[in-house]
Design a protein around this ligand. Structure first.
Ligand code: ADP
Ligand code: ASP
Ligand code: MG
Length: 410
């Protein structure tokens, strides 16, 4: 007997019929003798709909109240799934995040899980019940409802698996695994049987939304065995692996495992800022104080006592960051603030890069052939990211997928 945590995404619970299909699937697993914990997302489109309602009232809804609103999406699906399970004579119990006591910090809209009380869920499991938990939500120490950021149900799944010491965490979604790139953009994309945890972390952080980055971080920290599978067809899916041996073996083979991209980025530049110690902090401090996450950062070599400072952020934060920078520019004596909200980032990811030179030049050559101008570049040990104009994103991804022959098995 194993303890399995399964997470079903929005499309998988998108209609009452699909919820009934999930119920059947879960009952099947239980019938094979497993203890089952099921995490569900809101029905597909529901979280966007709720955000739309709030934004119809004001572009910047109060963060605490927005979380109260957004958490309702998942409350609907836990109840419907339990109703479907009970109808089939299968004892089940639903839990909101606060009923479990998934304790988070109080960063509304992007809260982090700090602790989970497992005792009540464990008692239900031991009594033969299926435990159904609302994804994407928790509660802070003062009892406020919080949410974990878009895609956060993945993190709920992994965090519950860690807290309950589950044998496996299975993420069921609308594709049958992790692909070399988003199969909706490149039809030749290939499903990977396995991907290393490190690569998955880079893919997720570079924009592959198949897993929320925090879920991968959590899995890494707590060694949670993680698999991505399809809700709609049977198959092995993709295993996120921790095996060093596999890494070594793969290094000889695939140079690149995948291409990730993110079209939700925006770029801002502070021009002609005095080139003196502390300048990066003076610019990024206030941005970070406003809870805005900065991605790539470039500071030019100074000339004539001034320098230019460029960084990227999520496009949703563009207007606010521009406001902050304009105010700062006056105070710091900078010449000008400029920005571009229509940029995109594409990244090559692969542990094979560690031991091979020439990946970057092949990437730049491929993009040059397509006449795609690179606006920013950043690298890590196993990733190369470039920023390009948004309109070139798909062309760039397809060209790179072909150039690195990702459609062919390594
Ligand atoms: P869910 O609602 O189940 O959480 P998501 O929409 O969050 O589903 O994530 C699944 C989607 O991730 C897929 O439909 C696919 O378009 C996208 N995706 C992006 N990159 C990849 C990738 N490398 N492999 C598989 N899917 C990817
Ligand atoms: N419903 C939330 C979202 O749409 C969380 C999730 O689906 O993972 O982002
Ligand atoms: Mg998701």
């Amino acid at each position: 007997m194993a303890l399995i945590v399964q997470k079903y995404g929005g499309t998988s619970v998108g209609t009452p019929e699909r919820i009934e299909t999930v119920a059947e699937k879960v009952i099947g697993w239980r019938g094979r003798g497993h203890q089952m914990v099921v995490v569900v997302s809101a029905m597909s489109g529901e979280t966007d709909r709720l955000i739309g309602l709030a934004k119809g009232i004001t572009p910047r809804p109060h963060p605490r109240e927005l979380d109260v609103l957004l958490a309702t999406g998942e409350q609907v699906t836990i109840a419907l799934l339990c109703i479907a399970l009970e109808k089939r004579g299968c004892p089940a119990r639903s839990y909101t995040g606060s009923q479990v006591r998934i304790i988070t910090d109080n960063a509304f809209n992007k809260a982090r899980i700090q602790a989970i009380e497992a005792a009540a869920m464990q008692a239900d499991l031991d009594a033969g019940r299926i435990v159904v938990v609302a994804g994407f939500q928790g509660v802070d120490e003062d009892g406020n409802i919080t949410t974990l950021g878009r895609g956060g149900s993945d993190t709920t799944g992994v965090a519950l698996a860690a807290a309950l010491k589950a044998d496996e965490c299975q993420i069921y979604t609308d594709v049958d695994g992790v692909y070399t790139t988003d199969p909706r953009v490149v039809s030749e994309a290939r499903r990977l049987d396995r991907i290393t945890f490190e690569e998955m972390l880079e893919m997720a952080s570079a924009g592959s939304k198949v897993l929320q980055i925090r879920s991968v971080e959590f899995a890494g920290k707590h060694n949670v065995p993680l698999r991505v599978l399809s809700s709609f067809q049977d198959g092995p899916g993709t295993l996120i692996t921790f095996e060093e041996a596999l890494e070594a073996e793969q290094m000889e083979k695939a140079l690149i495992s995948g291409i990730a991209f993110n079209r939700d980025e925006a770029k801002l530049t502070v021009l002609g800022v005095p080139d003196r110690p502390g300048i990066a902090y003076s610019i990024l401090g206030p941005v970070s104080d406003a809870n805005i996450e900065v991605d790539m950062i470039i500071q030019n070599i100074g000339r004539d006592g001034t320098t230019d400072f460029t960084f990227t952020i999520h496009r949703n934060d563009y207007d606010r960051t521009l406001e902050i920078l304009r105010e700062l520019a006056t105070r710091l004596g900078a010449r000008e603030v400029s920005g571009d909200p229509k940029i995109a980032k594409l990244s090559l990811v692969g542990i094979g890069m560690r031991s091979h030179a020439g990946v970057a030049s092949k990437m730049f050559q491929t993009l040059a052939k397509e006449n795609i101008n690179i606006r920013m570049i950043s690298t890590s040990e196993i990733k190369i990211s470039v920023v390009v104009d948004e309109k070139y994103l798909e062309l760039g991804v397809r060209a790179l997928h072909e150039a690195f022959e990702l459609d062919k098995a390594a």
